[in-house]
Design a protein around this ligand. Structure first.
Ligand code: DC
Length: 224
């Protein structure tokens, strides 16, 4: 069983999908972390993310492994290792943040990641968060959610995550990333026709997670 949670940056999907995975005892896959970890690897190798040929060459050479590691709450979350190295918090740095949507727009990189994400579903039931989970990666799942929030709220949330960052600058960088993620040729960010849309602007994450869980339970029972 796969629960797909899509939405733009700082829409609340990470917190909500973790809460849902905890409640259901499912594995948690943050697909953004996979694109970020590969972007980190590209930068660590000294490559220019815009040099597509060099990025694809690295993709062919690098050893990419995913496993599941429990966090302090016992939630099993995907971990990405490139040539045996887990980049950890380095995937959240502004350097990676500025380049990740360039890397994520390269079609063979997406095919590589999507194949890996589908393989993870063989390891158990998943809550998967990203941009194209309900539209491309797992289009057959009946459990699809699209979270969104106003640009102002999203900028405030992201600035709070990056202590010291100004809301205006964070908002501008986020708008640019959203534009690239929504306008790329392959698997752009969009709402699946059959997704449940939830505006999280005025709601706490737990309240949103409860709404998601309610939908999952009623759809699950309806299918039985
Ligand atoms: O969710 P996030 O901010 O960690 O995602 C990082 C980047 O990866 C984001 O700019 C879009 C891209 N991404 C994607 O293209 N497809 C996904 N399924 C997940 C993330």
């Amino acid at each position: 069983m796969v629960v797909a949670v899509d939405g733009p940056a700082a829409s609340g999907k990470s917190t909500v999908s973790r809460l849902v995975a905890e409640a259901l005892n499912f594995l948690h896959v943050d697909t953004g972390s996979m694109y970020r970890a590969f972007t980190w690897k590209v930068l660590d190798a000294g490559l220019d993310p815009k040099d597509t040929a060099a990025v694809l060459d690295l993709m062919k050479r690098v050893r990419f492994e995913c496993d599941f590691v429990p966090n302090a709450q016992g939630l099993r979350q995907v971990r990405n290792l490139f040539d045996g190295v887990d980049p950890g918090p380095a995937i959240r740095t502004p350097r990676v943040e500025q380049s990740v949507s360039v890397i994520a727009a390269i079609p063979p990189v997406r095919e590589w990641m999507v194949a890996r994400q589908r393989e993870l579903a063989k390891q158990g039931d998943l809550v998967v968060e990203g941009r194209d989970i309900g539209t491309v990666v797992f289009p057959g799942t009946p459990f699809k959610f699209y979270l969104d929030a106003s640009p102002e709220i999203r900028a405030q949330r992201r600035a709070a995550d990056q202590s010291g960052a100004g809301v205006r600058e964070v908002g501008q960088a986020m708008a640019e990333r959203d534009r690239r993620d929504s306008s790329r040729a392959v698997a752009p960010l969009k709402v699946a026709d059959d997704a449940v849309r939830i505006d999280t602007s005025d709601h706490e994450a737990q309240g949103v997670a409860d709404v998601v869980l309610k939908h999952i339970r009623s759809r699950y029972l309806a299918r039985k």
